[in-house]
Design a protein around this ligand. Sequence first.
Ligand code: GAR
Length: 192
Amino acid sequence: MSLKKIVVLFSGEGTNLENILKKLHKKEFEGKKIQIVKTITNNPKAKGIEKAKKYGVDVEIIDHKNFSSREEYDEVLVKSIKKVNPHLVVLAGFMRILSPVFTSNIKNAINIHPSLLPLFKGVNAIKKSFESEMKVAGVTVHRVSDELDSGKILDQCCFHRDNESFEEFEKKIHQLEYKLYPEVIKTLLIRE
Ligand code: GAR
């Protein structure tokens, strides 16, 4: 049985983190076991901290407020990730722009974004997507690159809009995230 190690980075609610923990942590697929060996947050008040602890997973808080530059922060982040030598780094609502210090050192990192990229990059993607004239909406999993929300697209999922309220729309987006992200992670770790 081979072990596939993941590090998850998050900043807030941590619902994607919790979903990944529930569906993949310590689970076996085709003779391979997935383990979230560590989580890291930049936000000492992130709700995700309790969620990781509930599963007995290590949480490291690296508060960006203690660093004077993005590069300095990323150096510490990279060091912390490399210590556990993961097969995959999963960004789940990690709301920081990453510098080349991160992208040149951590090659196997993916992110989920709540829009159909390349549309609606950056913050408030759900709101931007909701307010657009698009008849479909969805989510994207992509590789992390130097440019924000711009790495190679790995997979997408969408729904046809139906005059939903913003709350209903947001809920549909999150449901797609919870379906798609674990599937892509599994594909990358188990089938490739
Ligand atoms: C998710 O909707 C994720 O797609 C988004 O932040 C939310 C985090 O929620 N990420 C981005 O916008 C990245 N650009 P969560 O903390 O409950 O998983």
